[in-house]
Design a protein around this ligand. Structure first.
Ligand SMILES: Cc1cc2nc3c(=O)[nH]c(=O)nc-3n(C[C@H](O)[C@H](O)[C@H](O)COP(=O)(O)OP(=O)(O)OC[C@H]3O[C@@H](n4cnc5c(N)ncnc54)[C@H](O)[C@@H]3O)c2cc1C
Length: 274
């Protein structure tokens, strides 16, 4: 955000999904666009924001460990490692024994291997948001909370192209030719205000914080773990599982997308379960 930009938030900043994100940043994804975006985000969160504002985003470079519980997943991780080489992201495919040496608490008996990315890390979502707002305000941007967008005025220009003319709020309209829809899972609703279909589906996401577990802190630096395609953790089919150190020392927070949980229907102003 820079001079002249206005961020309208219907409630308080981070009140959307950001407040309960695990805050993991893993750099290796199958798409090159994502890898570049994540590299940029890592630079901003781990270094540039702090240099610019003097505030800390809560960045901890504790490394990411992707766990392969079948051969196909391990092959995928080998491909990710090759992609990482092209983009300068250091990563290592580890055998179960090497994984055990890195993370002694883990039972590696039924693992095919892991992908270790030493420069992955975690951030504090609220801290990152506060720091971003400080940087944006210093460049002349404005943040207005408790100000829902209620409509987007669109006009058709001389060439028949539909263009944004203004954003409507309860406190009056803001004339603008440009709107960035950053309403997260509510983006479809905001898109509809301008007659735009945003192809987005919200899914339930389970989240558990454990009691203290002895030994979780490894070498003073906890690791972020992520396991995909397993079915032994939550009793149901888990698509995707992320573990990270929680706010409490020696405890973990654990989140997974579980297909039985299904989709979420979103009401106009909040969450409502389908
Ligand atoms: C349990 C969990 C764990 C996660 N873990 C990770 C992780 O480890 N790493 C990772 O990268 N991602 C993770 N995610 C995903 C991540 O949280 C989201 O991608 C991210 O928070 C999205 O941020 P956002 O700013 O796009 O959306 P949001 O934070 O949802 O912000 C959208 C904002 O738009 C506002 N809004 C909606 N409608 C209007 C309106 N009409 N007018 C004005 N304002 C409006 C809302 O109030 C909200 O504050 C996780 C998500 C969950 C649920």
């Amino acid at each position: 955000m820079s001079e002249g930009a206005v961020l309208l938030e219907r409630e308080r900043l981070t009140s959307g999904t950001t407040w309960h994100t695990a805050g993991l940043l893993w750099q290796l994804r199958p798409s090159d666009v994502e890898v570049e975006l994540l590299a940029h985000t890592r630079r901003v969160v781990s270094r540039e924001l702090e240099e610019e504002t003097g505030l800390h985003t809560g960045w901890i470079q504790n490394g990411g460990l992707f766990i392969a519980s079948n051969r196909q997943r391990l092959d995928e991780y080998k491909r990710l490692m090759s992609l990482g080489k092209a983009y300068g992201v250091e990563s290592h495919v580890l055998s179960p024994a090497e994984t055990k040496a890195l993370y002694p608490l883990m039972n590696v008996d039924d693992l095919y291997g892991t992908l270790y990315v030493p420069q992955d890390g975690t951030m504090d979502p609220a801290g990152t948001c506060t720091t971003l707002v400080r940087a944006a305000a210093a460049r002349g941007a404005q943040v207005i909370e408790n100000c829902p967008v209620t409509g987007i005025r669109v006009r058709t220009d001389d060439f028949g192209v539909r263009r944004v003319a203004a954003v409507e709020t309860q406190h009056g309209p803001i004339q603008t030719p440009c709107v960035v829809n950053c309403a997260g899972v509510w983006a479809s609703a905001v898109g509809r205000m301008a007659g735009v279909k945003v192809p987005l589906v919200a899914m339930h996401h389970a989240y558990v914080v454990t009691e203290r577990i002895e030994g979780i802190q490894v070498g003073g630096l906890p690791l972020a773990l992520r396991q995909a395609g397993v079915d032994r953790w939550a009793g149901g089919q888990v698509w995707d599982l992320a573990l990270k150190p929680s706010g409490a020392p020696s405890a973990l927070s654990l989140g997974g997308l579980v297909c039985e949980m299904g989709m979420v229907a979103l009401g106009g102003t909040g969450w409502c379960q389908s």
